[in-house]
Design a protein around this ligand. Structure first.
Ligand SMILES: *[C@@H]1O[C@H](CO)[C@@H](O)[C@H](O)[C@H]1NC(C)=O
Ligand SMILES: *[C@@H]1O[C@H](CO)[C@@H](O)[C@H](O)[C@H]1NC(C)=O
Ligand SMILES: *[C@@H]1O[C@H](CO)[C@@H](O)[C@H](O)[C@H]1NC(C)=O
Length: 308
């Protein structure tokens, strides 16, 4: 009897800790103004996720709430990329963003570990969503701007950097490797003024822009597997501009790539799965081909047309 109970507990512990070594991560698309498609995802985000051992499905921003719910139960994490969505004039995008947020929070509240990552605009979205207010951002002079980050806490006391080799956090703290490309950001004062934000997020780093104005640059949620960087870890790895400040040095690639390894590993804790192999295959981004544009904002871009 005791043996049986012990075995049962061991099996339960294994089930809780089981690693899903076939993680699939959703990336949210954005409106595109290209003739190639009405929505896009920069391929650098896809490669960033793929390079760390996961596959990608696009989440078309005009997906119906019902289809989003089904897709959510099939994937193991979501990445909100950078970009330039005008929050005030894109209600369909904003509704899907809000629906993703609600799904992520309620899954985690119910013990269903579901990671969410935001980069640049995605980082700003994480802050606005948690605050319930999309008018909290300020203007900064921080486009095309590669700097070290200023850790505001010991990085190893955060979840994001708890297992990072100190070599990596030293590079981030001392070398110009984090690429910023934003003209909005969140000031530490605005953050400190919102008890909603201060109770939701731990600030891991900040930076000053070219004018010396401070913005928050790395966050994680205290009670959720939600992480964000105002900087672009995918760009030094996968974007190549003719005139650029992306740092492609070995230390930069090592430090930026760490974030992909970390996030994808977080997603290995989630057990969602597609109903069957056919629907998994049909959803994967392999059904699309990226388009090469040597003079564009992105070396390669995936284009989509409406999901309707
Ligand atoms: C890129 O990073 C390397 C190593 O961290 C650093 O030595 C170098 O100065 C950086 N390059 C530029 C152009 O900032
Ligand atoms: C923070 O709150 C104080 C007091 O309400 C206010 O005076 C100040 O303007 C606020 N600052 C920011 C950046 O929101
Ligand atoms: C980015 O900065 C580099 C170095 O300062 C400069 O040569 C380049 O023109 C800038 N590119 C953009 C798109 O602003």
């Amino acid at each position: 009897m005791l043996y049986k109970i012990v075995t049962l507990f061991l099996l339960m512990a294994l089930a809780v800790n089981a690693q899903n070594n076939r993680p699939i991560i959703g990336i949210l698309s954005q409106p595109s103004y290209s003739s190639q498609g009405s929505q896009y995802i920069a391929a650098s985000y896809v490669k960033y996720i793929e390079s760390a051992g996961a596959r990608v499905v696009p989440i078309l921003y005009d997906i119906s709430p019902q289809n989003l719910k089904t897709l959510f139960t099939s994937i193991n994490g979501i990445l909100l990329p950078g970009g330039g969505v005008d929050f005030d004039s894109q209600p369909v995008y904003m509704q899907t963003l809000q629906n993703i947020w609600t799904l992520v929070l309620s899954a985690n509240q119910n013990g269903d570990y579901f990671p969410l990552w935001g980069t640049c605009m995605g980082f700003q979205e994480l802050l606005c969503l948690a605050d319930g207010n999309f008018n909290i951002l300020s203007s900064y002079d921080s486009e095309n701007y590669t700097v070290p980050i200023d850790f505001t806490i010991q990085p190893q006391t955060s979840k994001l950097f708890a297992t990072a080799p100190s070599e990596i956090t030293n590079i981030l703290a001392t070398q110009p490797v984090t690429m910023n490309n934003h003209h909005f950001g969140l000031s530490p004062e605005t953050f400190a003024n919102s008890s909603t934000l201060t109770s939701f997020y731990r600030v891991i780093s900040d930076n000053v822009d070219r004018a010396g104005l401070k913005f928050i640059s790395t966050i994680e949620a205290y009670n959720y597997p939600i992480y964000g960087t105002q900087w672009h870890p995918e760009k030094p790895l996968f974007e190549w501009w003719a005139q650029e400040v992306m740092n492609h040095s070995y230390p930069s690639i090592l430090a930026n790539y760490y974030t992909a390894l970390f996030f994808v590993n977080e997603c290995r804790n989630n057990q969602h799965a597609f109903a069957d192999l056919a629907s998994e295959n049909a959803a994967l981004i392999y059904n699309y081909s990226p388009v090469y544009n040597p003079s564009g904002d992105f070396v390669q871009t995936y284009y989509f047309n409406s999901s309707n």
